[in-house]
Design a protein around this ligand. Structure first.
Ligand code: DGJ
Length: 533
């Protein structure tokens, strides 16, 4: 039995590790680094420098099962022992049939047997194409319809999970597992093999049609319209109209992932996630189609109940809108990949304080603070007029944010799902007030005297009159919301830090320091207020 699971608290999901709440202040390693335990030592040094409490690391099908039925877990053993020794929790990323909508990590015996392990036919009769929509890039991937691939993938994943249970059940170093990586099909809304065509022109399973028709409330507008206007039964096109191709792909992709996840959970039931390469508003085929994009969430909920959380990889500039989109169905926020530019720290704070996130994890944290590579510049938005997007996150500052949140974890976790934990962000300056019963706080993150434009403020209400404020690059004021007691005094004001949930005062503040509440450096404060007439 695992004491790591997802539970519900105050109507929101919470990750429990060893029966205690745990917030993953994580980082995802570059794809190839966890292929060597030795190489990972320097990666852990960086993780320590950033104050991370957990790492997301790939475990790949090709290395776990180099020959069919012959498993080699020596690398997995080494990685888990190392994480334990270095005091970190792990989220494993199962790079099985899918990696970024392709099949890079399928073992040789899968890649070379095209008869048994069928490729997706993006165009009829073709196992391989050059993407005309993307610089002629070569493209191939395994078919989501191939039963042999699904069963082989599921067998490998279940062997992995069994092994993890055997070696790690007691210490619970591995706390989450991502099933596949960025599933979906590029360059077409659906596959076009004869088998795919036959299935596409046959009747949609009726139970699924009923489910979709009953869940239109949460759907994105065009999917909702297609489902509402579609026939009550019939072929995919009759039932789902313009969205038929994408829903077909999502149905079979999610069902595939669910089979793999179920096989793994049967051996060892850890929280399982599916990450997502976002769609950016383009047509199906311009993003991995059939993957768990927000527009396909209802399909994934139906077809993949073994997946506990759908986790968006967010590199785009409208980060907060994506977080909103992935939480609006009352689903928890779990970010396995995001950018390492200078919003990385403020966003971490905001994700915990505002969304009560289960996991926040910049991708390729190994090079946080260093000049961006060409790929990073492209992903992070070099073409956007915002200097913060072009500036690497400062390592010391990130460490401060992460360590502070980690040490506050017992308090934060207790307040998850309540309005006693709130935050405001420089990326949403219009939301500049936080209300907590008798008292409210006004936050200024765009003051001309603060040079930085990447400010953030998180406030935790400990009791009716006592608050902790984490603030950077901004100023705050406080007020009473009680018309009968409109005046407010400060009873005490302290600067300090937390150690394992306990407040450690560093300085008692008064005089000028109470008048001037403008913070150029990341600061943690404790304040007690008094309202009177
Ligand atoms: C998203 C993928 O999920 C990661 O594994 C990695 O390839 C990044 N993209 C690259 O930036």
């Amino acid at each position: 039995m695992s004491s790591t699971y997802i539970t519900e608290q105050n109507g929101k999901k919470m990750l429990m590790v060893g029966e205690k709440p745990f917030i993953m202040l994580a980082g995802e390693v570059h794809n190839s680094n966890s292929s060597s335990v030795e190489y990972m030592e320097q990666v852990y040094d960086k993780a320590d420098a950033l104050g991370l409490n957990s790492l997301l690391i790939p475990v790949t099908w090709e290395l776990v099962e180099p020959k069919e039925g012959e498993f080699d877990f020596s690398l997995v053993d080494g990685l888990i022992a190392q994480a334990k020794r270095r005091g970190k929790k792990l989220g494993l990323l199962w790079f099985g049939a899918w990696k970024n909508a392709q099949c890079y990590y399928a073992p040789e015996w899968v890649k070379t047997d095209l008869e048994r392990f069928k490729r997706a036919q993006v165009e009829k009769g073709k196992n391989f194409i050059r993407r005309q929509d993307f610089y002629g890039m070569p493209y191939t991937t395994l078919s989501y319809l191939c039963e042999e691939t699904k069963q082989a993938d599921a067998r490998a994943f279940s062997a992995l999970m069994r092994h993890i249970r055997e070696i790690d059940c007691e210490s619970q170093t591995v706390i989450t597992v991502q099933v596949e990586n960025e599933t979906g099909l590029m360059a077409s809304a659906r596959e076009h093999s004869d088998e795919a065509d036959t299935l596409f022109s046959s009747k949609v399973p009726q139970e699924f049609v009923i489910y979709m028709k009953l869940h239109t409330d949460t759907m994105v507008p065009d999917v909702k319209q297609a489902v509402e206007n579609g026939a009550a039964e019939g072929t995919w096109e009759e039932v789902f109209g313009d969205c038929a191709g994408e829903i077909f792909s999502a149905y079979y992709t999610a069902a595939y992932v669910n089979t793999v996840a179920a096989a793994g959970k049967k051996e060892y039931s850890l929280p399982m996630t599916a990450n997502c390469w976002l769609d950016k508003g383009g047509a199906p085929g311009t993003y991995p189609t059939g993957g768990p994009v927000s527009r396909m969430m209802e399909v994934w909920s139906y077809c993949a109940p073994e997946i506990d959380v759908i986790a968006p990889d967010i590199y785009v500039q409208n980060f907060l809108e994506i977080c909103d989109e992935y939480t609006r169905r009352n689903t928890p926020l779990f970010i396995p990949e995001c950018a390492t530019h200078s919003y990385a720290g403020p966003r971490e704070v905001y994700c915990i304080g505002h969304y009560h996130a289960l996991c926040y994890s910049p991708f390729g944290f190994e090079d946080m603070g260093e000049p961006f590579s060409a790929t990073q510049s492209y992903l992070f938005g070099v073409d956007v007029e915002d200097p913060a997007l072009k500036t690497p996150m400062d390592v010391e500052e990130y460490r401060w944010y992460t360590r502070t949140l980690h040490e506050m974890m017992p308090l934060l976790a207790e307040k998850y799902g309540t309005s006693d934990l709130q935050a405001v962000s420089c990326e949403r300056k219009e939301e500049d007030k936080m209300l907590f019963g008798t008292f409210g706080f006004q936050i200024a993150l765009d003051s001309p005297v603060v040079a930085r434009k990447d400010g953030v403020c998180l406030i935790l209400k400990e009791s009716e009159d006592t608050f902790y404020l984490l603030i950077h690059a901004g100023a705050f004021g406080y007020f009473s919301t009680d018309a009968d007691r409109p005046n407010v005094d400060v009873l005490s004001f302290e600067e300090g830090h937390f150690e394992q949930g306990a407040w450690m005062m560093e300085r008692r503040l008064n005089g000028d320091e109470v008048v001037n509440t403008m913070y150029q450096e990341p600061t943690l404060l404790k304040i007690r207020l008094f309202a009177y007439r």
